[in-house]
Design a protein around this ligand. Structure first.
Ligand SMILES: Nc1ncnc2c1ncn2[C@@H]1O[C@H](COP(=O)(O)OP(=O)(O)OP(=O)(O)O)[C@@H](O)[C@H]1O
Length: 305
């Protein structure tokens, strides 16, 4: 029988009414675990609640801080804590994930099944707390993947109403419809043994493997190897667009390499652009022209399958 734990769940308001969430929490409580819940009402609440958990971790005896939401919620919860304390040994609890977002890319990538919320909460309570890396872009962290380019703009410009109706397919739909408008970005990327310049369809730096609703942009990334997996997909010639998008969606990185995709495993790199570029950190957008990317090895402990 696993030890009894205290889980603090920071729950995205849009998922607060779900029956499967309520019954998963009741089931865990019936087994003797303590579960306290904070529900977000508006943007910024997840950050506030994560700081509150950090301040009161000892007093409240919190063992695991669980992000209940999508990758964006996870980013905010982990980011709020790690902006105050650094290194897995300094954070007074482990993290966990209750995947309640639209795409849930990080969850799928680590083997959590968002359709089985009860199982996910059980893993957040009792799964082995293993050390993992984080990524950093300028002064902001990411847990899963940092992406720039076409897919990134699709992620943030997909209508929330469409996401509710179509789920993850909403991203694909927006991408196909607005390809020529959204796929025009240029950058210079430099790092250890890497110097690349050109127009690109997608740039991804992965701690985790997939982003943008199931696209395995960094299929070989490992959460605990101390490196980021970088993938640059150059803009294709117009007649190659449908083929390349197909390969991007079905994850054929080998195929993408035939179109000139560049991959590298590194601990830091820089991206410079002339025009303002949007980079999504676990789906949360930042903007700029100069980005410094690096890995933070062994930054947190995470309860995962
Ligand atoms: N109650 C709320 N109302 C509006 N926005 C919220 C609320 N709670 C959190 N947010 C904002 O929602 C974003 C997080 O969304 P999240 O990533 O969890 O869902 P998603 O976009 O559906 O998931 P995914 O990234 O898996 O597609 C954050 O920017 C956060 O500030």
């Amino acid at each position: 029988m696993p030890a009894k734990t205290h889980l603090r769940v920071i729950l995205h308001g849009k998922a607060a009414g779900r029956d499967d969430v309520r019954s998963a929490i009741e089931k865990l409580r019936s087994k003797g675990h303590e579960v306290s819940v904070r529900v977000t009402w508006e943007e910024g609440d997840a950050i506030r609640y994560a700081r509150e958990a950090l301040e009161n971790a000892d007093r409240d005896g919190i063992d695991t801080l669980v992000a209940g939401g999508g990758d964006g919620t996870l980013n905010q919860v982990v980011g709020a804590v790690c902006s105050q304390v650094s290194g897995a040994d300094s954070v007074p609890f482990s993290f966990g994930l209750l995947p309640l977002g639209t795409a849930n890319d990080f969850a799928w990538g680590i083997g959590l099944d968002p359709k089985n919320i009860s199982e996910c909460l059980w893993i957040a309570a009792t799964g082995a707390a293993r050390v993992m890396d984080l990524g950093k872009v300028n002064d902001r962290i990411f847990v899963n993947v940092a992406t720039g380019g076409f897919g990134t703009r699709v992620t943030t410009e997909t209508d929330p109403g469409l996401k509710r109706i179509l789920g993850g397919a909403a991203y694909f739909f927006t991408g196909l419809n607005r390809f020529s408008e959204l796929a025009n970005c240029k950058a210079e990327v430099t790092g250890e043994n890497l110097s690349w310049e050109g127009q690109f369809l997608a740039i991804a730096a992965g701690n985790g493997r997939q982003a943008g609703g199931g696209v395995p942009l960094c299929p070989d990334a490992k959460l605990d190897d101390g490196f980021l997996d970088l993938t640059i997909v150059p803009s294709p010639a117009p007649d190659q667009v449908p083929d390349l998008i197909g390969h991007l969606m079905d994850g054929g990185l080998e195929q993408m390499r035939r179109y000139g995709a560049v991959t590298a495993r590194l601990s830091e790199c820089r991206i410079e652009t002339r025009e303002e570029l949007q980079i999504n950190l676990d789906g949360e957008p930042i903007h700029g022209r100069s980005f410094s990317l690096k890995t933070l090895p062994g930054a947190i402990k995470f309860r995962r399958p």
